[in-house]
Design a protein around this ligand. Structure first.
Ligand code: ADP
Ligand code: MG
Length: 621
């Protein structure tokens, strides 16, 4: 009963916006002023989203059931200078009004203002939708906005109102049916938005592909959109701009698509698909979201974007799949189990892969895609055993010898006689990789090493295992035998005897190493680390250690370069009976640092280096 009391007394609650929201409002209103007509696109998109959500929720909860023919209504009132956007959607209760309209986008504000500064004026209108700040664009044209909303399944309505100046109020309201009215009290200079033909023009331009009817006017209605589901049109009737506009809508993007795939599948399962590969890495969509958001429609009706139509490792693909072969009331459980849907998933995935495969033939064109989404595609090697062989040819790498990007096939073409493995090195820092001592001996022998620095690179090589019968081999894993490849220049000379040095190092380093051995894979560096035997690759061990799971891994092997002056000096010192324990520790730490790791004891390491440097200083006479 307290609810109705509240209604009758008309309690007003005042709430402050977060400080960030105030700034955001300012940004939206000022940066986008010249494109203010897009406020209508944003409000209509929200209305259509809310209607879609109600339809989907009603499938499993009859209390939320939809009116017979839901629509979005845009009603101008010249006398009152208001414009109202009304929908039959899910509506918002008190909580949603406070949360969704009062505190949005705090975390996105910084990214939003940065993108705004970087975007050209032509790109700006599309940023709004991308960052989920669409509702706020209403304040470009209105100096007061009221939202009257009733959540489906409840009979309580609330009015949210704000002047966009840092606070909003919540008052109990009334609404006969569930849904939402957004009432804009237009600014004096925004009266153009009371003209029905102007409104229709805006809707045709920005929201024509919305399937839900959008009508303009109160008593005398006029159709806003043509409601043509773009994907159902024949390809010949859609031009590049038409595709691009739709892409921006479904992908929340503001660039041009890198690839547009539009086809109709006939046969056991029939469907139409219109999919896009973005031309830019979308904000948060690659790192943040984990699941594919391709929209599923049944007979044009939007059903859900959670049907997992594409695997996670193709989650950057945006678009629509529309089929007649599912019932309109397909439920969440059915989404998992329906054979028709798994056939669609398979077909759609195959089609995207073959498109990538053919675009990969044009190296210059493909690089743009690979730099944006390569790391995501690599996840497929881990998650999707059945598709591994199809993914491998799509991979591109930096390499120790080739300029730019290289494929595995190109690597195979450059392999040395007698080479039967594909060598790779993984590290965090792409710049350090090329100079890494790990690569020296390979370079001296003209052996190419693939240089991997994406986070996912530590994980997939073990899953792929080989390419065209050639094993993938981490050069930090175990001992790579380079003796059968002729080296050029000084590395070709036989290494000098190290005498007792190896034993002395082993004794001094104890359990910090599992072995010390001479190596031919170094040219300019004195030492390098390798993992012991066939344990995990060194980078993998580092990741495990950082995750607190490094225990149990074998200590690394220290490999020493007998041709290096430092190593030779140490060998002589051991011969003459000197203790080289301190130097041994420093050598091991140097090897760790070269791989981007830290010294075991940074303070002790710094002291040793300092005293070694001091010893070199000629004493004052
Ligand atoms: P976005 O649509 O990208 O989430 P908006 O600023 O446009 O960002 O809207 C914020 C949120 O407010 C929406 O996600 C939705 O939850 C809610 N909302 C806005 N308009 C409506 C509406 N007409 N009906 C129901 N909920 C709405
Ligand atoms: Mg929105």
């Amino acid at each position: 009963m307290s609810d109705s009391e509240k209604t009758s007394t008309g309690t007003v609650e005042r709430h402050e916006f977060g400080a960030e929201v105030g700034r955001l409002l300012d940004l939206v209103v000022h940066a986008l002023y010249s494109d203010r007509e897009i406020f209508l696109r944003e409000l209509v998109a929200n209305a259509a989203d809310a209607t879609d959500r109600r339809r989907f929720a009603a499938l499993t909860d009859a209390a939320l059931s939809m009116p017979e023919s839901p629509k979005v209504r845009i009603v101008p009132d010249k006398a009152g200078r208001t414009l109202t956007v009304t929908d039959d959607g899910l509506g918002m209760g008190k909580e949603e009004l406070t949360r969704d309209l009062g505190t949005i986008a705090r975390s996105g504000t910084r990214a939003f203002s940065q993108s705004l500064a970087e975007a050209s004026p032509g790109e700006r209108p599309n940023l709004i939708g991308q960052f989920g700040v669409g509702f706020y664009s209403a304040f470009m044209v209105a100096d007061r906005v009221e939202v009257v909303s009733r959540r489906a399944g409840t009979d309580e309505a609330w009015t949210w109102a704000s002047e966009g100046q840092g606070s909003f109020t919540l008052t109990p309201g009334s609404r006969a049916e569930p849904g939402t009215d957004v009432v804009l009290h237009l600014k004096e200079d925004a009266e153009e938005f009371l003209e029905p033909t102007r409104l229709q023009h805006i809707i045709r331009k920005w929201a024509d592909h919305i399937a839900l009817p959008i009508v303009i006017g109160g008593t005398e209605e006029m159709a806003g959109n043509q409601g043509t589901a773009l994907w159902r049109k024949p390809k010949g009737e859609i031009d590049e701009d038409g595709y691009a506009e739709f892409y921006r809508h479904v992908a929340h993007a503001f660039d041009k698509p890198w690839a547009t795939l539009h086809w109709r599948a006939e046969g056991a399962t029939e469907f139409t698909a219109l999919l896009f590969v973005p031309g830019m890495k979308p904000f948060a969509a690659v790192e943040g979201e984990r699941e594919s958001r391709v929209r599923l429609h049944v007979r044009r009706m939007f059903i859900t974007d959670e049907a997992g139509l594409l695997p996670n490792w193709l989650r950057f693909v945006a678009g629509v799949v529309d089929t007649d072969d599912l019932p309109l009331n397909v439920s969440r459980e059915m989404l998992q189990a329906t054979p028709a849907l798994s056939r669609i998933r398979k077909a759609v995935t195959g089609r995207v892969l073959s498109e990538l495969g053919s675009r990969a033939k044009n190296a210059e064109d493909y690089v743009g895609f690979w730099e944006n989404f390569g790391p995501v595609v690599k996840e497929g090697l881990i998650e999707d055993g059945a598709r591994r062989a199809e993914i491998a040819p799509l991979l591109r790498f930096r390499s120790s010898t080739a300029e730019g990007w290289t494929s595995l096939a190109e690597y195979l073409g450059r392999m040395k006689d007698g080479q039967d493995e594909i060598f790779y090195l993984i590290a965090d820092d792409p710049d350090a990789l090329a100079r890494s001592p790990q690569v020296e001996g390979f370079r001296a022998r003209g052996l190419e090493v693939l240089l991997l620095s994406d986070h996912v690179d530590a994980f997939w090589p073990d899953h792929l295992g080989e390419y065209e019968g050639k094993k993938l081999r981490s050069i930090t894993q175990g001992a790579v035998d380079l003796s059968r490849f002729a080296a050029e220049g000084e590395a070709a000379e036989a290494a000098p005897e190290l005498g007792g040095l190896i034993e002395a190092l082993k004794t001094a380093l104890g359990e910090d190493v599992s072995d010390v051995r001479p190596t031919d894979r170094l040219v300019e560096s004195a030492v390098v680390l390798a993992s012991a035997g066939y344990g995990p690759d060194l980078q993998m061990q580092r990741l495990l250690r950082r995750a607190g799971r490094g225990l149990g891994a074998l200590a690394p092997v220290l490999e020493v370069n007998g041709r290096h002056p430092l190593v030779q000096t140490l060998a002589r010192r051991v011969e003459s009976g000197e203790d080289v324990s301190d130097a041994a520790g420093t050598l091991l730490d140097l090897a760790r640092i070269q791989d981007g790791d830290t010294p075991r004891d940074p303070v002790a390491f710094a002291r040793q280096i300092a005293s070694a440097l001091a010893a070199k200083d000629p004493a004052p006479s």
